[in-house]
Write a protein that binds this ligand. Structure first.
Ligand code: SIN
Length: 316
């Protein structure tokens, strides 16, 4: 039987699969369902200091090949997720989890990171630099100077294992520039990609957008995102220092999708749109399908093929 175990920094996980932040992790009911699923770990919904209701509904729509959403960071507030994380840690100390934070301001991120730093939370913290859905708040990850300033500020005091969630990039110069910045910090991982920000979909029955916020603009996920996720995982895996691992997110529907992200360099893989549609039982199916794919290739462990994407020889 293929072994699906993996590590991120000093943390061990029984398998590479987990939810993408924002999907099935809003409240205790959903979080407990993830705990009981066959996922290797879980992340809490990206939190702000105070509870937020998020954008007006409808704010999520299923599309032919994925989804569009403009949730706007609805969440119960950091304390709620920190309480859950501390309880989880006491009850399941061998199953480390991730806490995601997405402050609307740097001050909010600092306040939340300070609270996590001062707490007994011993898992991984993820700083979300890439939410595309809050009106008037551009994605920090597209502003390289701002990203550097935010990381400088957070690392002045934060000593716990930290990763960042990045937006998709589309140019090799962007990969070079962002990786050069990230390599300056003691990050444990980068998570790539968040949704393809500010897409749009038209309902042909009434010529109307399919979600209400932001005039219909929203983050695109699902199969539309897979090639971009593969490219971002590959590009950052090639450029980041070895201490910074890559979590791959985008376009996971079956075991082959998981395999492909690992082939591009991911040490862990997050599931978004398909988890939303199928629910947490998806993890058992993905585990079986990934194991079958590995067996078909003669691989026994994740490290046997992680990052071993083949490319074609350049023509002379
Ligand atoms: C949202 O709540 O709008 C999604 C969060 C994200 O994309 O980071």
């Amino acid at each position: 039987m293929a072994q699906l175990a993996t590590t991120i920094g000093a943390f061990h996980f029984d398998n590479v699969l987990m939810n993408a932040s924002g999907v099935h992790c809003y409240d205790l009911t959903q979080l407990h369902e993830l705990e009981q699923s066959e996922a290797g770990s879980l992340t809490t919904k990206s939190a702000t200091s105070a509870k937020r209701l998020g954008n007006p509904e409808p704010r999520y729509a299923k599309l032919a090949l994925g989804s569009i959403n403009s949730m706007g960071l609805p969440n119960e507030g950091l304390d709620y997720y920190l309480d859950f994380a501390l309880t989880h840690q006491q009850q399941l100390p061998d199953q480390p989890i991730f806490m995601s934070i997405a402050g609307l301001t740097l001050e909010d991120n600092i306040a939340m990171a300070q609270k996590i730093e001062a707490s007994d939370f011993a898992g991984l913290t993820e700083l979300n630099l890439s939410c595309p859905n809050v009106p008037g708040k551009p994605q920090v990850g597209y502003d390289f100077d701002r990203t550097k300033y935010v990381l400088d500020t957070i690392f002045e005091f934060f000593t716990k294992p930290l990763g960042v969630k990045l937006p998709p990039y589309f140019d090799l110069a962007q990969f070079d520039e962002m990786a050069a910045i990230l390599n300056q910090y003691p990050l444990v991982y980068v998570n790539t990609i968040n949704s393809l920000g500010n897409g749009l979909w038209v309902d042909p029955t009434d010529d109307t957008v399919v979600i209400k916020p932001k005039g219909g603009f929203g983050g695109i996920g699902g199969q539309y995102a897979k090639p971009i996720a593969l490219a971002n995982v590959r590009a950052f895996s090639q450029r980041l220092k070895p201490e910074i691992q890559v979590i791959g997110t985008g376009g996971i529907y079956n075991g082959r999708d998981v395999y492909d992200l690992i082939l591009c360099g991911a040490s862990m893989v997050q599931v978004g749109s398909a988890l939303y549609e199928e629910g947490p039982s998806i993890f058992a199916r993905l585990k079986q399908e990934l194991a079958a794919e590995m067996q078909a290739h003669g691989y026994h462990s994740i490290e046997d093929f992680r990052g071993k994407l083949k490319i074609m020889d350049a023509e002379a």
